[in-house]
Design a protein around this ligand. Structure first.
Ligand code: BDR
Ligand code: CA
Length: 316
């Protein structure tokens, strides 16, 4: 089985990404690296521990990564994050304090060590800002370039951003880091708003979790209903909430959920277009490309897999 590491700013859809990875028999979730974004890095790490305990996955270590972007010295959480994910990041649901602790080592080093150990057999899925990956690339380029599969949630090519017309939230947190990653030789799959906004979950599905009458089913129904309501309040065109981060996990395991465009990209860092993920004209005729950009998604097949994974896990 392939080894998987998630890099999360846990967050509601990040929590669903954890559940998908825990439930999938084809991958072995060997660790979580924490990032900042939906919440501060420490809160996100604690949320990951709480979710893992709720799911009975108490053997997955959680490391903290970077607490702010490459170009700043601290991170200020945006008010919209509390609105969408709740003040605590997980829909204001009070999960028990975790019995386990965060790991002492750095998330960046954990990623590098795992890359050295597993190389091609490692799947890395960042669903927050890409600061940890950029740092790891700077620190040990060879190790990171040996990773078999990097599938990230972030960016937008065929639709506008969700922070502003140009920028998607994860990229917007640290466009410089994203640019380091996208312009590196790493082979990447981009699961951006192009596909995640087409992959929606509604209260019809969360009701099925609630009916299970288990701790995990009820907690996830409460957490995700908060997210669905927040979407209704802020994103009125969509019927439901977008499965951003769990779609990235699904695609990392089974790329056939999406169709992709092969492209060389860069991320704009100038103030007027900050965070824009777009084709790099300087490399437009280069036959070698390093990013597969998700453009369409087989949403029905994915949604079925998503529900099979999560419902199966919540039943236990
Ligand atoms: C992304 O931003 C975060 O708020 C979500 O967790 C997701 O990773 C969507 O733009
Ligand atoms: Ca996220």
């Amino acid at each position: 089985t392939k080894k998987m590491i998630l890099d999360l700013d846990t967050g509601i859809d990040d929590a669903m990404a954890i559940a998908y990875a825990v439930a999938d028999p084809e991958v072995d979730l060997i660790g979580i690296v924490g990032s900042y974004g939906n919440v501060y890095v420490k809160e996100g790490g604690i949320n990951s521990l709480k979710i893992l305990e709720l799911l009975g996955a108490t053997d997955v270590p959680v490391y903290l990564g970077e607490s702010h972007s490459l170009t700043t010295d601290h991170f200020d959480r945006m008010p919209i994050s509390a609105q969408i994910h709740g003040e605590n990041g997980i829909g204001q649901v009070n999960l028990p304090e975790p019995k386990r602790q965060l790991e002492a080592g750095s998330g960046v080093d954990f990623l590098i060590e795992s890359a050295k150990k597993y190389g091609q057999n490692l799947i890395f899925v960042p669903t927050g800002p890409m600061t940890n990956l950029a740092k790891a690339l700077e620190k040990d380029r060879d190790a990171i370039l040996s990773i078999g599969n990097v599938t990230f949630m972030g960016g937008a090519l065929t639709v506008e951003g969700n922070v502003n017309a140009y920028a998607e939230a994860n990229i917007n947190q640290d466009a410089e880091a994203a640019n380091v990653v996208l312009t590196s030789p790493l082979k990447l799959t981009m699961v951006g708003l192009d596909v995640t906004l087409r992959t929606l979950l509604t209260r019809k599905e969360t009701a099925q979790w609630r009916e299970l009458n288990t701790a995990a089913g009820t907690a996830f129904a409460d957490i995700v209903d908060y997210y669905i309501d927040a979407y209704a309040d802020t994103n009125s065109q969509l019927d439901g909430c977008a499965l951003h981060d769990p779609l990235a996990v699904g695609v990392a395991i089974d790329p056939s959920f999406i169709t992709t465009l092969d492209l060389n990209m860069f991320v704009a860092t100038d103030p007027d277009h900050y965070g824009r993920t777009i084709g790099d004209q300087a490399r437009i005729n280069d036959p070698e490309t390093n990013v597969k950009v998700g453009l369409t998604v087989d949403r029905q097949r994915y949604l079925t897999a998503f529900m099979d994974h999560l419902t199966g896990l919540f039943k236990q």
